[in-house]
Design a protein around this ligand. Structure first.
Ligand code: GLU
Length: 313
């Protein structure tokens, strides 16, 4: 089943992103399938073409060859608009006039802990209420009218999952389209059949599956792979220190990787081996070829939990 990797070009790929890319590549190549790339630059304010170019270079340095061209979401607005119109005509979206602050307030449980998702404030407004709010002049965002029935999937890594969908914003008040809409169209148009990505995106599955069904797109299979987390247990990010491919090549990576010595430059092959070792695929310190890694790959070998990274001391 054809796979893909779809980085957001707002920051250079860090070790966690690189490992997810490697696992996604291996999953596709182990089946003899195609592997696609896409630049998820929907968030135009935070996306930078120079970062996108470096992301592609980094993947190439690791040997992760891709098939076909590399679409960018920012060039696909017409496609998103067409599908959005289809959903609008079939009553699957509704205008939402809430501000962020109102959503935060309405979704706070009495004890102060926010409940997941949007509380549905604007879901069932009457036409008169809608007209009244529209007359106030604030343009609405448009939300998906999700089905309250949870979605069941068999995740290739995590096993059976029962997940609720969300009334995700499919078109923002400023006219930009939302991630959930874009991603299902992108995957369908690129022929992606198996979505391999970080476990932090598991909560998007139900919304994406319902959107696929409403838009009559093929259903994708899912494999949510374990994340790398910092010493604080939180998803790896810039604040955990230097941890890009070039930091590793130049010996200034601040996170310790299995088989690599902190402060010493490593080659792309060594980094690849270290990423594979951190996912339990090979012993630490080995530098397997991509062919060897492909032959050994199986979802069953991936760890059941996030990989906690330690800082170089
Ligand atoms: N662009 C998203 C990200 O970088 C990934 C989207 C996806 O894999 O569905 O987090």
């Amino acid at each position: 089943m054809d796979g893909r990797f779809a980085p957001s070009p707002s920051a250079d790929l860090h070790l966690g992103n690189l490992r997810t890319a490697l696992l996604s590549w291996l999953a596709a190549r182990a089946q003899g399938s195609a592997w696609r790339l896409r630049i998820d630059d929907l968030d135009t304010g935070r996306s930078r073409p120079d970062i996108a170019a470096r992301q592609l270079q980094d993947l190439a340095l690791l040997g992760l060859t891709h098939d076909g061209d590399v679409p960018t979401q920012s060039a696909r607005t017409a496609r998103y608009a067409e599908a959005f119109g289809q959903l609008q005509r079939s009553g699957m979206v509704y205008p939402c006039f809430c501000t962020r602050a109102e959503i935060r307030e309405a979704s706070s449980a009495p004890h102060g802990a926010p409940t997941a998702g949007y509380p549905g404030t604007c879901r069932d407004l009457t036409p008169a209420q809608r007209a009244e709010r529209a007359a106030e002049g604030r343009p609405p965002a448009w939300r998906f009218r999700s089905d309250p029935e949870p979605v069941r999937i068999e995740d290739m890594v995590l096993g059976p999952q029962t997940l609720p969908a969300e009334d995700a914003v499919l078109r923002r008040a400023d006219g930009e389209f939302g991630y959930q809409l874009a991603v299902v169209l992108d995957d369908a148009d690129q022929g992606v059949q198996e979505v391999v990505r970080g476990a932090d995106l598991l909560s998007s599955v139900a919304t994406q599956r319902q959107l696929q069904d409403h838009l009559a797109l093929p259903r994708t299979a899912y494999a949510h792979v374990p994340l790398m987390v910092g010493p604080d247990g939180v998803r790896l990010a810039k604040r955990h220190g230097a941890a890009t491919l070039h930091d590793v090549l130049q010996g200034r990576c601040e996170l310790a990787l299995p088989g690599l010595t902190c402060g010493q430059p490593a080659s792309p092959e060594q980094l690849r081996g270290a990423l594979a070792a951190s996912a339990g695929l090979v012993p630490a310190g080995s530098t397997p070829s991509l062919l060897e890694l492909t032959q050994q790959f199986s979802y069953a070998r991936l760890p059941g939990q996030s990989t906690m990274m330690q800082r170089c001391s």
